[in-house]
Design a protein around this ligand. Sequence first.
Ligand code: UT7
Length: 345
Amino acid sequence: MDARVNRPVPPPVRPIGVRIAGTGSCLPAKVLTNADLEKVMDTSNDWIVQRTGIRTRHITDRQAGESVKDLAVAALRAALSDAGLTAKDLDLILMATMTPEMECPASACIVSQMVGAGHAGAMDLNAACSGFVFGMNIAHDLIRGGTYRTIGLIGADTLSRLMDYSNAGRSTAIIFGDGAGAAILRATDDTSKGILAQSMHADGEGWKDIYVPHTDHDFPAGTPPDRSKCGYVQMNGSSVFKFAVGTFPDLIQETLDKAGLKASDVDMFVCHQSNQRILHAARDRFGLPEDKLYINIDRVGNTVGASVPLCLDELRKSGRIRDGHLVMFVAFGGGLTWGSSLWRV
Ligand code: UT7
């Protein structure tokens, strides 16, 4: 018998839109200024501002027990409140982080317990700085597939705990800050809302450009193992910089092409805040006016998985991202990974 003949006929697929129902964010209270860094390492405010655009970053108070879960919970609660929902409305919590509380359980499970999300699914995803954008694509498609209705997506990182605040770590410690941002993605009957084009890429050859060694075996071939570097981010800054300057514009163009749009059609570009010079280069390449590519790196530094949702929350709260806008999210980072998500919000 032809199995195809007896295959059950699937119900007609009802188109489902996906909207960003709420956003929230949290920065630790403790501020680390360039002047603070000048006191502990051989650097200067001028060098940091000129090379990165960063003036301050926020870091968790580890002695007081503050950690990534606290930032993530505050961001998620704020996003739920913004959406007019409670944790019980969530079907799934996804947390993009490369600095989880522990190896097990997933930080998303701890966050779920703290916010009271009951038996909603919960898991972490690690794509370094690209994590939140990858998470947007995954959560969106889970909702559009019809199985999940409401997903809490968090991007949270505390890179300060992987920084060597001495001369040996000065090229990385000046960049990174801590933070968390969250968005509630929700099914809607308005099918105009959701992702128009997306991408997720990785090049594992580039893992050596950003990694955190813990044992001698973690150092790439050709790099002598050095125990003093274990537990700290090792970054080939200039290599990542070159990769980013080339990749960002290509990623934007690739996403526009998929959607059949021009850069001038997009109302706002929300880009991972890695280095102000990388953001300016992307803006110049597309001839974008200053107010169309958001920059907050001067205040918060590079917050890794929190970078994109922090921008998103600030832009929504200030009314610069509004209902119906076309918004492109782009990020790149460790892995190496890079990805995009173009939304009609
Ligand atoms: O989030 C995704 C992943 N990360 C990134 O996107 C980071 C991308 N890379 C960068 O942002 C830049 O490469 C950095 C900001 C990390 C470094 O800037 P750079 O212009 O690439 O500097 P460099 O590493 O090429 O170093 C230039 C000089 C060196 O001195 P010499 O060898 O020329 O004498 C460094 O030792 O600057 C020196 N240097 C510093 N000087 C003062 C490095 N760090 C510092 C510092 N203060 N903090």
